[in-house]
Design a protein around this ligand. Sequence first.
Ligand SMILES: *Cc1c(COP(=O)(O)O)cnc(C)c1O
Length: 416
Amino acid sequence: MHEDASEHEALLDALIAGKLPDERGRFGPFGGQYVPETLMTAVNRLSEGVRDVLPSADFRQRLEAELKTWVGRPTALTHAPRLGERWDADVWFKREDLAHTGAHKINNGIGQALLAQALGAKRVVAETGAGQHGVAAAAACARLGLPCVVYMGEVDVERQAPNVDRMGRLGAEVVAVTSGDRTLRAAIDEAIRDWVSDPEGTYYLIGSAIGPHPYPLLVRELQAVIGREARAQMLAAGGLPDAVFACVGGGSNAIGIFHAFLADRDIALFGIEAGGCGSALGQHSATIAAGRPGVLHGNYSMLLYDDDGQIQETHSVSAGLDYPGVGPEHSLLKLVGRVDYETASDAEALAALDECCEAEGILPALESAHALAGAKRWAANNPGRRILIGMSGRGDKDMPILSRYPRSEAGVDVAA
Ligand SMILES: *Cc1c(COP(=O)(O)O)cnc(C)c1O
């Protein structure tokens, strides 16, 4: 027990000091490169790019210019006084919903597209579930003049028709994947297959902090701008928060906002997963809260699978949280106890979305509404605290789903 504690402390220190992932791509026991030999050429090429190109002054300058003039960074930090009054808390939003294309995904999209260009790629492939990452990848590739192919499960192509049209308008070719589960998991498999067949000319632009090393590192570095900005903005607005909340699907917006706060040990960090409509396998996407370690898409991390080792179908009202795995850095942060992972149900997220609309005039993405619901629950037990919430995206894309649910009265009850 004592040995575990000091080992965990050493891992957290190493992570904060920038020493993880290690040279084998490990975050402690998690991460790595579980890929077939045929993929190693492509993966090694990418690792070199991440090592040499990412820190270069030229790349930094180009990325910063795009973030500022095309993405619209820095995104605002918004005080939420009416919500704060209801919750008895001092509530602040980091507004990734204001970023170009409507979510944090564009930070990663433009960053990796610039990397693809620097590495001399002739075309980009990407996967998408709900279509948000596909839209970000398509927009970034159009911006840089790179042809873009987006793999999307056949089931998702049907459920997310508006985003399919959006990708098409942005010049991307959307390929419906008819194999496997015909959703995000199969789309990732297909994008990797395409990448392997041409590792020199093709760049695989992954959408979250998942996949084989160096992707979890690369995506975290590109999303860490969220936390860097938010930390400075909170200080300028009177002080650091007591707690930070973010929703967790694959974990990219959460790792992006958490990273700047990891060393502030007295700031509590909360990752909120999709509790869906129940606790049985298949009813939720609570990978860390309910999963076990295993290998998916090239890395070892927490995962949802049954006793036969079959990966589970997941459920969430928010398509962006509907993934059976999670980035390996989150599994480490859970192991060492630096971040608490909790769940919010479909119903809690829907109620939080309505309350945010009503109190602050902001329609959050259904994904982001999970972070709001987690923060609200914590505030009820910790009155008078200063809370920062990662508003990962805007809810316009969710209107077709929201129209199936009556407007919730939860916000009104709290105010009464
Ligand atoms: C895709 C998406 C998420 C989930 O992805 P992460 O990698 O966990 O951040 C969360 N919020 C929004 C708005 C999204 O589009």
